[in-house]
Write a protein that binds this ligand. Structure first.
Ligand SMILES: Cc1cc2nc3c(=O)[nH]c(=O)nc-3n(C[C@H](O)[C@H](O)[C@H](O)COP(=O)(O)OP(=O)(O)OC[C@H]3O[C@@H](n4cnc5c(N)ncnc54)[C@H](O)[C@@H]3O)c2cc1C
Length: 382
């Protein structure tokens, strides 16, 4: 179905980013999957080419255009070539972390951090999850106790995307451990602070070129100048920013499903069994038709959500709907596509196999399907 949300400028941006992906990402994916991480230079190259911080004001080196369609194009293009794991660090940096800096930094903090973030010299991460809590964020126990102009931070975080590469970590802490939501604040932990240690790069089922790590804080002295937003309002800041994170995941999910369907169509037209292409069996045609239909419907919905986000109208419930439905669609789609590939679909040299293992996390991170349904369900007054 023809998409109606793009202008010529978006098409030009897509062409430029596609060239970047073909040159800087695609040839290296195998190596990075093996390494378990992308090199920091990838961020610097993306920054130098104008693919980081398109929405950051020009005075800090950014593109100066608040338009999530540019973020969407980046997510779609990395998924198109099966490099979602390698591209996740960049989309997290742009779509998930930057909004916190843009909406919450003081002028002094903007001067200090935004130019490096846009250049790709300062890589970002957001650390909410702890070994003991994920969905129930208000129960976090990492503490930041203020004494004068310094917070003493103690605790640990886990499953943190960009956890090894990151220089600036938006860290959710309890500045008042006696409180639940009202005790949460956000502070920026920086690479090199005494007492801030990184654990191992976690060994995951998929997303192998993405570094996901544990972080440990032992009496880290964090200047009060690194408080992001207002003390005690951290939970509200998270709630404000999570819809964009969830839409980012939904956008990538639809693009991943589209790519999976494309590889599968190529395969089933070529592969024969019982003297005919496997795609021409009625069961195959029905499954392909079902996937085509569902992806088209999902695409229209996420495109509309992107327009709503750009207009400042996307609700937490709509973002939750997009997140759970599109990621469940991604999971169903890659599973069906592996089936249609037969045994070759289980071989990692085929893109559908990596798409299958990479898809599994999407209904969990950024808020699980169950938590998304809670958000939607609560809004129905039940
Ligand atoms: C690869 C990867 C990358 C990640 N990146 C980041 C990151 O960058 N930053 C970050 O902070 N976190 C990150 N996470 C953590 C992720 O967001 C959490 O794993 C997720 O929110 C779920 O939390 P949990 O793992 O503690 O599961 P739990 O909260 O323990 O949930 C376990 C199960 O119980 C269900 N459940 C929990 N509460 C309810 C409820 N009220 N009703 C019904 N069911 C419920 C859940 O849906 C789930 O099925 C990442 C995780 C992974 C694996």
């Amino acid at each position: 179905m023809r998409r109606t949300i793009f202008t010529d400028e978006h098409d030009m941006f897509r062409a430029a980013f596609r060239t970047f992906v073909e040159k800087e990402i695609e040839p290296n994916v195998e190596q990075w999957e093996h390494d378990g991480i992308v090199p920091r230079e990838l961020f610097a190259k993306a920054g130098a080419s104008g693919f980081l911080g398109t929405d950051v004001p020009e005075q800090y080196g950014g593109g100066g255009v608040e338009d999530f369609r540019y973020n969407l194009i980046i997510a779609e293009e990395v998924q198109r070539v099966g490099a979602g794991g390698a591209g996740l660090g960049i989309t997290l940096h742009n779509d998930v972390c930057l909004p916190y800096f843009l909406s919450l930094c003081t002028d002094e903090q903007k001067e200090r951090w935004l130019p490096g973030i846009v250049a790709g010299d300062l890589i970002t991460a957001v650390a909410m999850t702890e070994p003991g809590i994920g969905s129930d964020l208000a129960s976090m126990s990492t503490s930041a106790i203020r004494d004068g102009d310094t917070y003493t931070v103690n605790g640990s975080k886990t499953f943190i995307t960009n956890g090894i590469n990151a220089d600036l970590i938006i860290t959710a802490v309890k500045t008042d451990p006696s409180q639940r939501h009202k005790g949460v604040s956000l502070v920026i932990l920086e690479r090199g602070m005494d007492g801030f240690e990184r654990g191992r790069n976690l060994d995951k089922v998929g997303l192998h070129s993405q570094d996901t790590a544990e972080l440990f804080f032992n009496d880290v002295q964090v200047p009060a100048a690194n408080l992001l937003g207002q003390e005690g309002n951290g939970f509200l800041h998270l709630v404000h920013n999570l819809p964009q994170e969830r839409l980012s995941i939904a956008v990538a999910a639809v693009a991943a499903a589209e790519a999976a369907l494309g590889w599968t169509l190529d395969y089933v037209k070529d592969r024969t069994a019982f003297g005919q292409p496997v795609g021409s069996f009625q069961n195959s045609r029905f499954r392909l038709a079902e996937m085509r239909t569902e992806i088209d419907i999902a695409q229209v919905f996420v495109d509309r959500c992107v327009e709503a986000l750009n207009d400042g109208e996307l609700t937490a419930e709509e973002a939750a709907e997009a997140k759970w439905w599109c990621t469940e669609l991604q999971k169903r789609t890659v599973d069906t596509c592996v089936q249609l590939h037969g045994g070759y679909g289980y071989m990692i040299e085929y893109p559908i196999a990596r798409a299958y293992i990479d898809a599994r996390i999407t209904t969990i991170y950024g808020g699980t399907t169950e938590i998304m349904k809670e958000i939607v369900g609560r809004s129905l007054g039940v």
